[in-house]
Design a protein around this ligand. Structure first.
Ligand code: PEP
Ligand code: MN
Length: 338
């Protein structure tokens, strides 16, 4: 961190800042320019951030120069992380497809979607049993019954399961069935929930908050990692903008920016990002071309009958076609689909 003094700051003002930093256990290096003095701080940035440095006499601004995240930072952990979800490996060496129903609605619907995911080449099955719906009157998911159906889908297809957990109190029993726990966009900054999944030995799929910056998203991952769980997959799922042609705006640049900052894998959900089935395949291809570690897509055997997010769901033939297309493209790009 750097403290920039005002041009009219006195020597006593500079010394006062230095004293305060040293009292807090840090060190301060003063650099005197022609017009301004700047003070470089060395030590515990968090301790400095909690001090009212900006309000001290003669201080113009306090500038953070380091990254606020540490455990998830690529700078400090250059080795890229591969996250294991059951037998599936999500990381930079391959390109992975996660597919399945948005919500588990019935046994037949979930099984049909799971079979299609498998046939498409997906290595992880998605499906929500606890659904975070905007309206309290909308279908909220089958809860424990949904988890039972997911377990049956896993037995039949052999695919490991990622499913959302909405409440810290549900983490334990969801983790009994899930191979990975999903934190949805609306809960990205539910810090109690992040800490709870951080204490569980299951990978976490952390969706980007719909109004979160890349830095806030990485700080949410830092909460999970800080509890000891660094098996985290980040998922870009679109952010809120002024645009109404799509449900959200897919931020592929933000996805790559996150990959540059972190050693964790980053996948893209073109279904929730666009809300439109006709845009899912183009955006999945774009995500692969941009270097994403995988995609997560919604599948429904009968999208027009879906209780949740039908307009963005691919039918079984559509997801199979997308899987074949992505596999060919991934091979061409030297990152086989697996
Ligand atoms: C989902 O993947 O089912 C979901 C609810 O996504 P999001 O949290 O990104 O809206
Ligand atoms: Mn959904």
């Amino acid at each position: 961190m750097v403290v920039v003094m005002r041009t009219d700051a006195t020597e006593a003002d500079v010394e006062h800042v230095v004293d305060r930093v040293r009292e807090a256990g840090g060190d301060a290096f003063v650099s005197r320019g022609k017009f301004r003095t700047i003070i470089g701080l060395v030590g515990d940035t968090e301790a400095f951030l909690s001090m009212p440095l900006a309000t001290l006499p003669g201080v113009d601004q306090v500038v953070k120069v380091g990254k606020p995240y540490k455990l998830v930072a690529r700078e400090l952990h250059p080795q890229l992380t591969t996250v294991h979800v059951g037998d599936a490996e999500i990381g930079r060496a391959t390109f992975s497809m996660i597919a399945g129903p948005c919500a588990v609605e019935t046994r037949d619907q979930a099984l049909a979607a799971a079979r299609a995911a498998k046939a498409a080449g997906a290595t992880v099955l998605r499906g929500g049993a606890y659904k975070p719906r905007t309206s309290p009157y909308a279908f909220q998911g089958l809860a424990r019954r949904g988890l039972e159906i997911l377990a049956e889908c896993k037995t039949e297809t052999g695919l490991p399961i990622v499913t959302e957990v909405l409440d810290a109190g549900d983490v334990e029993h969801v983790a009994e069935v899930a191979d990975a726990l999903q934190i949805g966009t609306r809960n990205m900054q539910n810090f109690a929930l992040l800490k709870e999944v951080g204490r569980v030995h299951k990978p976490v799929l952390l969706k980007r908050g719909l109004s979160a910056t890349v830095e806030e998203w990485l700080m949410a991952a830092e909460y999970v990692a800080q509890q000891g769980n660094t098996e985290i997959i980040l998922c870009e799922r679109g952010i809120r903008t002024f645009e109404t042609a799509t449900r959200n705006t897919l931020d592929l640049a933000g996805m790559v920016a996150a990959q540059i900052e972190t050693h964790l894998p980053v996948v893209v959900d073109p279904s929730h990002a666009t809300g439109r089935h006709d845009l899912v395949a183009p955006m999945a291809r774009a995500a692969l071309a941009a270097g994403a570690d995988g995609v997560m897509v919604d599948v429904h055997p009968e999208p027009s009958e879906a209780l949740c997010d039908g307009p963005q769901a691919l039918t079984p033939p559509e997801v199979e076609a997308l899987g074949a297309e992505l596999a060919a493209l991934a091979t061409a790009l030297g990152r086989p689909m697996a």
